[in-house]
Design a protein around this ligand. Structure first.
Ligand SMILES: [Zn+2]
Length: 166
């Protein structure tokens, strides 16, 4: 049995990739709802979320993730995450960017459907209890330090911290 976290993070269907680890809670988590004391709801307008998810690419050789969307809208500023033209950040080969099967439009739509039906109701549930706090994504990965502060997680020292959850 795992212990229940005091904090539940409600994420949009695209997993939020943090620098050293991915936090992803399935919509049907097994903790009794009353044990959660605080809920952080990561928000991003749905059309922006869709644009970002459909723009995900990976290096065909090593799987390193990139994103070709360039979002500039109001106070949202999410430049594309691209490799150098001749040099993948990870394998240093000439990057050939491809779309993963689970980033194709129909799969993304399905994930959105599951989010709306299973995860979104949690927002109303915890909001009614006064436990919900929104965290608006503005810059993507560059929001990570601000998010970590909200989560009370100290800044990571290198990659070692990433393995802790395993
Ligand atoms: Zn690569």
């Amino acid at each position: 049995m795992h212990s229940c976290p005091p904090l539940l993070v409600v994420l949009p269907p695209a997993r939020l990739r943090l620098r050293t680890k991915t936090i992803f809670l399935p919509s049907t988590h097994s903790c009794p709802p009353q044990t959660v004391s605080r809920v952080l709801n990561i928000t991003l307008p749905e059309h922006v979320l869709m644009a970002k998810m459909l723009a995900r690419r990976v290096c065909a050789d090593c799987g390193k993730g990139y994103n070709v969307a360039n979002i500039k809208e109001g106070d949202l500023d999410m430049p594309p995450l691209l490799p150098k033209p001749s040099d993948c950040d990870r394998c240093h080969g000439k990057p050939r960017l491809v779309i993963r099967d689970d980033d194709k439009a129909e799969v993304v739509e399905e994930r959105m459907k599951i989010y709306r039906s299973q995860t979104a109701p949690l927002i109303d549930y915890y909001s009614a209890q006064g436990k919900l706090q929104d965290f608006a994504v503005k810059k993507g990965l560059d929001d990570t330090p601000r998010l970590m502060r909200e989560l009370g997680i100290p800044p990571a020292e290198g990659e070692g911290a990433a393995k802790k959850a395993a």
